[in-house]
Design a protein around this ligand. Structure first.
Ligand code: SAH
Length: 352
């Protein structure tokens, strides 16, 4: 099987061109064609016939196929189910804001973290995605918008908050980020990419050197050890204090903050005392807190707290002067909200 063109970052592409004594100008032409214009056909922009033939014969230009599309009726969220070459399936979500979108990408088929509140974890880990399968989600979602919502094909933010633990597939996620960042292609600003992690320390240790400037979100969910152990089993291997120390070592630029995500689960971690402990833990850090009321999914035993409890939790955090946002669920009617992605359980999601 041919390697995918979409697995190459810009310097890989230049290397291939040099090794095969082709004209180096082909690199920017090809990146422009496939990533900026996002064309479906073979490149017809100015490039020597010899280079054209070489790329056509050497690389695979196919991308993940759309298996199903779920469009939310409540908001303009779109959830894609993609079919990969080996028939595994993954999900990607377009989250709307003012006729623009953030895209929530998957990094693995399933996930090994087995967090107790997350639907994806119930699938287990099937395999890592390769870079072309990560950037492919972006390109195909963009093309879908161009056809189905013309004029709205503006995906301005990328968040690695879909299926999988991105830091557990660091090399592929890193390469996908390099491709997104390339000035010759999609040219997405580094401050527009966020990687969310359950606290996988080996990946955090590589952050500063290898993906500097990319935004970091930590799924914190409880400042209390026993509770976090229950929610996020890898907390036993990589305890929260060590995770926070590793994060503190990542240099931030002036305007950069770390986002701490906190799922609010009824009668489990939603008390004023939990909020106080969370505030104490994060006080003084360059932190944003995202409160995410738990989104339920088939078979889960947790519940979302009442609204006044959520407001009360935020009020306590406000006393610590930490900017806190209550994140509204988008796309929950099509199970596209956080933690509702499970490409094995599609029958539960059949709405169209
Ligand atoms: N593995 C990474 C990225 C995937 S989860 C991580 O753990 O951060 C992306 C976000 O969705 C995380 O903050 C996660 O904790 C949250 N999430 C997972 N299940 C959820 C659920 N049922 N309700 C609300 N948020 C959930």
């Amino acid at each position: 099987m041919k390697p995918s063109f979409y697995d190459l970052n810009y310097s890989d592409l230049e290397m291939v061109i040099n090794q095969n004594s082709l004209n180096i100008s082909a690199a920017s032409v090809l990146f422009n064609w496939h990533y900026k214009k996002k064309e479906t056909a073979q490149c017809v922009d100015k490039i020597a016939q010899r280079s054209m033939d070489f790329f056509k014969n050497t690389f695979d230009f196919s991308l993940p196929e759309i298996d199903r599309v779920h469009e939310s009726k409540n908001d303009r969220t779109v959830k894609f189910l993609f079919k990969l070459k080996d028939h595994h399936k993954i999900e990607t979500v377009l989250i709307p804001f003012h006729n623009k979108y953030s895209i929530c990408l998957s990094s693995q088929v399933g996930c090994a973290m087995n967090c107790s509140f997350c639907f994806t974890g119930k699938q287990g880990l099937k395999r890592n995605l390769i870079p072309s399968e990560i950037v492919g989600q972006f390109i195909i979602a963009w093309r879908w918008l161009a056809v189905n919502r013309p004029g709205e094909e503006r995906i301005l933010n990328i968040v690695f908050m879909g299926q999988g633990e991105p830091l557990h597939n660091f090399d592929a996620v890193k390469k996908a980020c390099e491709i997104f960042l390339s000035k010759h292609g999609t040219s997405i600003g580094v401050q527009k990419i966020t990687i969310s992690t359950a606290g996988y320390i080996p990946g955090l240790k590589r952050w500063s050197e290898e993906i500097p400037g990319v935004n970091l979100a930590l799924s914190l969910h409880s400042p209390i050890e026993e509770k976090r152990n229950e929610l996020i089993p890898i907390n036993k291997k990589y305890p929260l204090n060590d995770v926070l120390t590793a994060i503190d070592q990542i240099p931030l630029n002036k305007k950069q903050f770390i986002t701490y995500e906190y799922i609010l689960i009824k009668d489990f971690n939603d008390a004023a005392d939990d909020a106080k402990k969370l505030g104490t833990l994060l006080a003084g850090k360059k932190a944003y807190i995202n409160l995410i009321p738990f989104n339920s999914f088939p078979g889960s035993h947790y519940q979302s707290p009442d609204l006044d409890k959520i407001d009360r939790f935020k009020e306590v955090l406000d006393t610590f002067k930490i900017p806190t946002l209550i994140r509204a669920a988008k796309g929950d009617d099509v199970l596209a909200a956080c933690g509702q992605l499970n490409s094995k359980n599609q029958t539960a999601l059949s709405i169209n």
